[in-house]
Design a protein around this ligand. Sequence first.
Ligand code: NAP
Length: 233
Amino acid sequence: MSQTIVLTGANRGLGLELARVFAGRGDTVIAGCRNPADAADLHAITPHVHAIDLGDEASIGAFVTAVGDRPVDAVINNAAIDARNLGAADGERDVLVQPYDHFMGEINVNTWGPLALVRGLLPHLTASGNGRIVNVSSQVGSMEIGATMGRDLGYSVSKAALNMVTVKLAMRLRDQGVTAIALHPGYMNTAMGGANAPMQPSEAAASIADVVDALTIADTGTFKRWDGTTHPW
Ligand SMILES: NC(=O)c1ccc[n+]([C@@H]2O[C@H](COP(=O)([O-])OP(=O)(O)OC[C@H]3O[C@@H](n4cnc5c(N)ncnc54)[C@H](OP(=O)(O)O)[C@@H]3O)[C@@H](O)[C@H]2O)c1
């Protein structure tokens, strides 16, 4: 059955490939990106492209208004930044040196923005009957993995915090039949992952779409990998 999917950061990287996979299967993709005027590839995939800046609550509110009254089956919080997007040089991201503005900027976009979007779209998700929240996290947001890798303090902390937001949403929304998971999408060849990453975002997107389809309330509060296996917290 055709679904309605809301997706952020849909103009490039994993988000663009997710839009391609869902739209290609006949789902309605409501795509958010910062600059719709510069998103030609995305416009070729879906007619529903709206502006959203996850670092700006007014912009998130305007996006929710643009979604309209329709039920939403899945919200995929994909958009994110690392400190390089805020102008950090490689050596400026470490736990001993990262400046306050970069740390808080990452929290704002990667943690608070996704939560604000979910709050705005909650009526749409409950109206679905099988509403699903997929918070795209990272392996470096895992305490176990983050203890061994991840050079960007604010990025790791923002994804660990997103994981906590996810379990809080799961606990709060279980009775309303809305499922919330955190998802590590894999190490992908995108602007963020870099050219040496082993997986193409198209490969990850195909796999993630299958995971999104199969989610039920029994999965709520879990942390999964792109292939549906369980990720350690
Ligand atoms: N690539 C990896 O190896 C990897 C590994 C683990 C987790 N992840 C996660 O996977 C997701 C997708 O990453 P990716 O590799 O596709 O990254 P990417 O290629 O850097 O794309 C990031 C996307 O987020 C958007 N974005 C950035 N700041 C935004 C804001 N303030 N408001 C709205 N949109 C914003 C970007 O839009 P603009 O074009 O406007 O900047 C872009 O569409 C992210 O959550 C990332 O943390 C990636």
